[in-house]
Design a protein around this ligand. Structure first.
Ligand code: NAP
Length: 292
């Protein structure tokens, strides 16, 4: 029997409904969760991400504060803006859209965000808290992956989870989330130094490729009945598509769907969850009174 498709849009909408209940409750107390969205330069992909984030704020009872800076803005000016957002009581969360231009030290800018407003969960303080099993704000994509797994009823207690990829924004924080007692998986993390990737993948009850390579995970690498959360987003040529290309994940979907128990599509799987968890974190910051 083919796998159950995990519909990321549906799960994201379920969580957005919960967010709207929270923002309505906050509004009665006169609080509107505020998200400062800082974009440097005019990278089209970044621009479309921040526009989507601002739109999602408006639709779910949050207020976004747009800050567009030119690509040649100095690091000092950007740091000044981050600091002013740190002090602004109407701002509960701060998002600096990455990547930043090469002349700006990304880690310095992230570290300047107040940990109490770091709704992306990227500051050393928030990453440290996650590693120490006392999370405050968890990075949005890994947080969304855990929600997808849990809300789809995938058994996690004692499951063997295999993550392919060890980036700071996906693989590493996800590893820390999956070993928490509330999930209780046993985790293997694969990367370019891993020998025999296929063997590790075939042993996974939960397989999470977050690499960015179309076709990396083929059907024969999937354990029958496994849950596959495909994080990769890759653009491939497709002459039959309107624009001549389309998006696919890291997994050969048509093969894997025949063996897996659950699988996320690309697009429509992990993607819709990421912005939703950003809203979630911003509302949490407002609930915790971080604006003051
Ligand atoms: P990244 O920083 O480039 O990390 C990729 C990871 O994959 C690295 O750890 C790398 O290993 C590993 N890797 C590369 N080739 C491999 C191979 N052949 N075998 C095993 N491991 C391999 O990427 P990222 O930022 O984490 O993003 C990964 C993918 O997820 C991208 O396609 C991105 O677009 C997508 N993504 C989607 C969302 C969403 O919301 N849908 C959010 C974030 C990311 P080394 O460390 O050894 O180099």
């Amino acid at each position: 029997m083919p796998a159950q498709i995990i519909d990321g849009k549906k799960v994201a909408e379920e969580i957005r409904a919960e967010i709207r209940v929270k923002t309505t409750r906050l509004a009665t107390a006169g609080v509107v969760p505020g998200l400062a969205v800082i974009l440097v330069g005019d990278n089209p992909a970044s621009l479309s991400y921040v526009t989507a984030k601002e739109k999602a704020c408006g639709e779910n009872g949050l207020k976004s504060f747009e800050h567009r800076l030119p690509a040649d803005v100095s690091e000092a000016k950007l740091l000044e803006l981050v600091r002013s957002c740190n002090e602004d009581p109407a701002v509960h969360g701060i998002l600096v859209q990455l990547p930043l231009p090469a002349h700006i030290d990304e880690s310095k800018v992230i570290a300047a965000i107040s940990p109490g407003k770091d709704v992306d969960g990227f500051t050393p303080s928030n990453i440290g808290r996650l590693v120490l099993d006392d999370p405050l704000f968890v990075p949005c994509t890994p947080a969304g992956i855990v929600e997808l797994i849990k809300r789809s009823g995938v058994p996690t207690d004692g499951a063997h989870a295999v993550i392919v990829g060890r980036s700071n924004i996906v693989g590493r924080p996800l590893m820390n989330l999956l070993i928490r007692r509330s999930v209780n998986a046993t985790v293997t993390v694969c990367h370019t130094g891993t020998k025999d990737l296929a063997r590790h993948c075939r042993d996974a009850d939960i397989l999470v490729p977050c690499v960015g390579r179309a076709g990396l995970i083929t059907g024969d690498m999937v354990k029958p009945g496994a849950c596959i959360i495909d994080v990769g987003v890759n653009q491939i040529d497709d002459p039959s598509a309107k624009r001549g290309h389309r998006l696919v994940g890291d997994v050969v979907f048509d093969e894997a769907v025949e063996r897996a128990g659950w699988i996320t599509p690309v697009p429509g799987g992990v993607g819709p969850m990421t912005i939703t968890m950003l809203l979630w974190n911003t509302v949490l910051a407002a609930e915790l009174g971080r604006g003051a």
